[in-house]
Ligand binder design. Structure first.
Ligand SMILES: Nc1ncnc2c1ncn2[C@@H]1O[C@H](COP(=O)(O)OP(=O)(O)OP(=O)(O)O)[C@@H](O)[C@H]1O
Length: 652
């Protein structure tokens, strides 16, 4: 049994000596694979979801302020000392060991629980290193500048260091973003030095429970009791499927402007003292930097979404709060649960063949993160989750909850998949020759259209094919799509990368670079569209086949069962027996299927067969025996589902 924080504090010397004994037997911790100064030069991480752990040093006087000990009768107060509850075993892959104090009849115990992530940041890791290993190593700035979506989420117990990390990352993004934009801009303008290539605008939203407010808005209105009054901002999906809360969008032109905006907005964030942190954030803070590529107006805006999540509080930590705070705490925890489900589903989808439902519409927080979760989105996206844990041994139980919340987010490498069957409408199945021909014809279409426009000439539509041969596209398609390259490779490029590729393949007769850029953006847009449509078709087919398989399994199982019942026991016509199954069982067939899958069909079958055999032997009602056995199996499944749900709720 785990001990309470107070008992742990009182018995700290026991736990410290158990920890020292364990530490003495451990090999030295392993470090990162690349020194952090070299990260900018190393190949970028290719995972969709990256998970990191972080812990910090205890703060001066923190243990004394937070934990209490209970001296035995007649004894003086036991001084509150510090004992570490987390050890970094390996930095990459990240392994944290949480030391959980416990008590058995035989005495005090210390359990060492290991958790694995992609990266682990110990107390000596600086914010600069965290930034390099998350933002830089995953190329998030370039992703945003290329029309993709990069997201960083800080999760963890109150006072574990989320805001400290996020502020460090935000200020470094502000420092580097404009330089990175200049480099990309120069490459895309191909030496023509176009000024203001990108437009940056910033929104900052605070989400507390179901209420969202604009953090950029100054909070100068207060109600009669002195509480700040802020307008609620609606969060919903519009008809076009976009989630665009009406927030003040501020254009920023320099690092200083961006940093100043972040600082002033953060000062509007709601904080409140919790048992663990005198200035605890009671809300999720979502900072979004929208990046518009002005020279490629048809491409989607890139986004960097930085989320400082509300501190996860356990019931014990929040029970001293008033009703309102308890409600906030519950709502925050609920949204963290929804986030967990969505990130897990995304991680599962990356690992599995086919389609996994991502429940991002179930909560406002996940709705705000739609570009990360929406499978229909053609924007590339990456998410980095940094789970923070307290360094104190008294917080170990909470630390294990945080670490087990974040661990399943890790994506496992995708299952190796065989080549897709050829489909002329699916670019992922095209070979190089078909890709080359498609590119030539697409660029030709645009070139012809522009020529028609320019010269007002009257080209007959059927002249297009012969025209392609005579047409000078102003770019060398062999360079855009060299030997060994296919549409699949091109589809994996960011829009800006494809445009850069086309600019590099220009010929002496290219003419206006701006026109070539727009053509290239339209062609890659068309290729993305074809790929997305093919993926949607595949997904719909997978969904249909899954449904069919399940319903067939259900049908077959009950027809067989009904037949057996009829012949051996009840003597009724098979049809009637099937009807009896459908009428008497009030369980939804899909729920029944889940329960059958949980028990395995074989166990389900043998349990029911045994119940029926027993009823026959004892000459009792076979139908009732069958029905009771089914109910028993369903009940066992439901109890287990409820147990797992409450366990995962307790994790946060
Ligand atoms: N890595 C670190 N190094 C030094 N000090 C840190 C570090 N991380 C956090 N701190 C300090 O710890 C205290 C709590 O950190 P912070 O406010 O970031 O926690 P939090 O997780 O955001 O809490 P809450 O959820 O309650 O808002 C702050 O005083 C912060 O400066």
């Amino acid at each position: 049994m785990a001990t309470s924080a107070t008992l742990t504090t009182t018995q700290l010397p026991h736990f410290r000596s158990l920890l020292e004994e364990w530490l003495a037997k451990q090999p030295p911790a392993t470090g990162f694979s690349v020194p952090f100064e070299d990260i900018a030069k190393t190949p970028k991480v290719s995972k969709d979801v990256v998970v990191a752990f972080r812990t910090r040093h205890p703060l001066p006087g923190e243990a004394v302020g937070k934990f209490q000990s209970t001296p035995a009768d007649g004894e003086d107060d036991v001084p509150v000392e510090v004992c570490i509850g987390i050890t970094v075993k390996s930095a990459e892959p990240g392994v944290f060991v949480a030391h959980v104090p416990g008590m058995k009849w035989s005495g005090f115990t210390l359990t060492h629980k290991e958790y694995i992530a992609d990266l682990a940041f110990g107390p000596d890791t600086t914010n600069e290193e965290v930034y390099q290993r998350t933002v830089v190593a995953n190329d998030l700035l370039h992703l945003g500048l290329s029309g993709g979506v990069g997201c960083i989420l800080a999760y963890g117990q109150t006072s574990s260091g989320k805001t400290y990390t996020m502020e460090g990352i935000e200020s470094r993004i502000a420092r580097d973003l404009f330089d990175a934009a200049r480099v990309v801009g120069n490459r895309l303008s191909y030496g023509q030095n176009e000024a203001d290539f990108f437009e940056f605008s910033v929104t900052f939203l605070e989400l507390q429970g179901k209420h969202a407010t604009d953090l950029v808005e100054p909070n100068d209105k207060v109600d009669a009791s002195g509480n700040v009054v802020r307008k609620d901002v609606a969060i919903h999906e519009d008809k076009a499927g976009n989630v665009k809360p009406r927030l003040i969008s501020t254009i920023v032109r320099t690092s200083t402007e961006l940093e100043e905006l972040i600082t002033s907005s953060l000062s509007h964030r709601r904080t409140c003292a919790t048992l663990r942190n005198a200035a605890s954030s009671r809300s999720h803070a979502v900072l979004t930097i929208h990046i518009k590529n002005k020279s490629l107006p048809y491409t989607e805006d890139g986004r960097l979404i930085l989320v400082d999540l509300a501190g996860s509080e356990r019931y014990e930590d929040s029970k001293a709060h008033d009703k309102q705070r308890m409600k906030e705490s519950r709502e925050n925890n609920e949204s963290l649960m929804n986030l967990k489900e969505s990130v897990r589903a995304k991680a599962k989808m990356a690992a599995e063949d086919g389609f996994v439902h991502i429940p991002w519409r179930s909560n406002k927080l996940t709705m705000l993160l739609k570009p990360i979760f929406d499978v229909e989105s053609r924007q590339p996206s990456k998410a980095v989750i940094i789970a923070h844990v307290s360094p104190h041994i008294q917080d170990s139980i909470h630390s294990t909850n945080t670490l087990s919340y974040a661990t399943p987010f890790r994506t496992v490498p995708a299952k190796p998949r065989g080549p897709l069957a050829y489909d002329s409408e699916d670019p992922r199945t095209w070979d190089r020759a078909q890709t080359h021909a498609w590119l030539t014809s697409e660029f030709a279409k645009h070139t012809v259209a522009e020529k028609v426009q320019e010269e007002k000439a009257d080209f007959a539509a059927n002249a297009l094919a012969s025209l392609n041969e005579r047409l000078d596209l102003g770019l060398d398609i062999d360079k855009v799509c060299p030997e060994g390259y296919t549409a699949r490779n091109l589809g994996a490029l960011y829009t800006t990368e494809f445009v850069e590729r086309c600019l590099a393949a220009r010929t002496e007769r290219t003419g206006d670079m701006g026109i070539l850029k727009n053509r290239a953006a339209e062609v890659i847009g068309q290729l993305f569209y074809l790929i997305m449509s093919a993926k949607t078709r595949t997904r719909t087919q997978i969904m249909k086949t899954r449904k069919k398989v399940k319903m067939q399994a259900y049908g077959k199982f009950f027809v067989v069962r009904a037949f057996t019942l009829t012949c051996e026991f009840s003597g009724e016509a098979p049809k009637r027996a099937v009807g009896y199954e459908d009428e008497d069982e009030d369980d939804d067939p899909m729920v029944m299927i889940d329960a059958m899958e949980y028990h395995t069909l074989e166990k389900w079958d043998t349990t029911i067969a045994a119940a029926i055999a027993k009823a026959v032997e004892e000459k009792t009602d076979v139908r009732e025996a069958h029905s009771n056995a089914t109910k028993g199996l369903m009940e066992a499944w439901r109890v287990d589902v409820a147990r797992r749900q409450s366990e995962s709720k307790a994790l946060i």
